[in-house]
Design a protein around this ligand. Structure first.
Ligand code: FES
Length: 136
């Protein structure tokens, strides 16, 4: 019997209010269900829009954040992994330095309307996350 708690969509694909994300600042953590598994994910705002990724470094299967929601490096332009310092572009998740060895982050297709960041990825769905600040 499927676990309906894990598959229940959140408010029609709304991830968070768009106003909650500022360029180069704290991202929003959420969870997706993809391929029958629940994955931690995050969305950030960069200089040309918003981008979302599975919260899993391509070096080792660890979450990136320094503290919950902190993904940008000191210059607030690139995403970096807290564990060994892999560096990724914020807009595409491309590996640009460190031990990610050319392997990108796994991107999630998102968009934005006049109020919300919206999941637009047909390969996954949002799942409830009762504690947005906790690590998984
Ligand atoms: S786990 Fe991210 S750089 Fe090593």
């Amino acid at each position: 019997m499927p676990n309906t708690e894990d598959t229940k969509p959140i408010a029609e694909g709304r991830i968070c209010p768009g106003a909650d994300l500022l360029v180069g600042e704290r991202g929003f953590r959420f969870k997706i269900k993809k391929g029958g598994k629940v994955w931690p994910a995050f969305v950030v705002r960069h200089t040309s829009g918003v981008a979302a990724y599975v919260n899993r470094c391509s070096h080792l299967a660890l979450e990136l954040d320094w503290d919950p929601g902190i993904f940008f490096d000191i210059d607030k332009t690139s995403l970096t992994c807290a564990t060994h310092g892999a560096l990724y572009t914020a807009d595409t998740g491309e590996c640009i330095g460190g031990p990610c060895a050319g392997q990108p982050l796994e991107s999630i297709n998102v968009g934005e309307d006049d109020q919300f960041i919206i999941l637009m990825d047909i390969d996954c769905s949002l799942t409830p996350d009762d504690d947005n600040s906790s690590s998984t």
